[in-house]
Design a protein around this ligand. Structure first.
Ligand SMILES: O=P(O)(O)OC[C@H]1O[C@H](OP(=O)(O)OP(=O)(O)O)[C@H](O)[C@@H]1O
Ligand code: HPA
Length: 178
C-alpha cells in the first residue's frame, strides 16, 4: 500500500488518483460543451479551491466560453436565512449570461445555496453548478447540482485544490483523512 502523507497534524491516504480525476473532468467538460454549444457560457470559479479544476475544465472545453474568478467574503450580513457571503471580485457583466459556477467541492451546500440567489438577482439567463466533488450525505440544502464530477462520502479530503488549513492544494491526487 502507498505511504500515507502527513499534513499538519493529520495523516491522509490516497483516495482518487490523478488519472481518474482527469477522466472525470473530461466527461464533465464534454457534457457542458454539448449542453451549451450555442450559449457561450461564463464560468464563475469560486476561489480559492476551484483554481485547479477550473483550469483543467477550461482546457477540455470544445466550445467558446469565458471565465471569471470570484471570492466570497468570509464575513457578511446576517439575514434571516443565516450567513450570506457576498460576492467579491465580480467585474464581469452577468445579466443575460448563461453562468456555470465552478467549485472544487459541494459539502454542506451552504456556499452554493448562498451564491445562487445573488446571481439570480443580477439577472442571469441561467445558472448551473459544476463541481469536482460532491458529498451527497452532507448536503443541508435542496440543491440541484447539474455537473458533479465525482461523488464522495462524508470524510474530509485534500488535494487538487482542496486544502487542510492552507496546505495540500498542490497535490495532483485527492487524499482522504485516515
Ligand atoms: O458546501 P460547503 O459546505 O459550503 O463547502 C464548500 C466550500 O468550502 C470550500 O471553500 P472554503 O470556504 O474552505 O475556502 P477555500 O476555497 O479558499 O478553501 C470549497 O472550496 C467550497 O467553496
Ligand atoms: O472535505 C473538504 N476538504 C477541504 N475543504 C473542504 N471544504 C468543504 N469540505 C472540504
Amino acid at each position: 500500500m502507498l505511504q500515507p502523507i502527513t499534513i499538519h497534524d493529520k495523516q491522509f491516504s490516497l483516495y482518487i488518483p490523478e488519472r481518474r480525476i482527469q477522466h472525470s473532468v473530461e466527461v464533465v467538460a464534454a457534457r457542458i460543451s454539448h449542453d451549451y454549444r450555442c450559449k457561450q457560457p461564463l464560468f464563475l470559479a469560486v476561489l480559492n479551491g476551484s483554481f485547479m479544476f477550473a483550469s483543467d475544465l477550461m482546457k477540455e472545453m470544445s466550445i467558446p466560453c469565458e471565465i471569471s474568478f470570484i471570492k466570497l467574503s468570509s464575513y457578511a450580513d446576517m439575514k434571516s436565512t443565516g450567513k450570506v457571503k457576498e460576492i467579491m471580485g465580480l467585474n464581469q457583466e452577468i445579466e443575460g449570461r448563461h453562468v456555470v459556477i465552478v467549485e472544487d467541492i459541494v459539502d454542506t451546500g451552504n456556499t452554493i445555496a448562498g451564491l445562487l440567489p445573488q446571481l439570480r438577482e443580477k439577472g442571469v439567463a441561467s445558472v448551473e453548478v459544476a463541481t469536482m466533488l460532491i458529498k451527497p450525505e452532507c448536503l443541508e440544502h435542496n440543491l440541484s447540482i447539474k455537473y458533479p464530477a465525482i461523488s464522495v462520502p462524508g470524510e474530509f479530503v485534500v488535494g487538487y485544490g482542496l486544502d487542510y488549513n492552507g496546505l495540500g492544494r498542490n497535490l495532483r491526487d485527492i487524499y482522504k483523512v485516515m
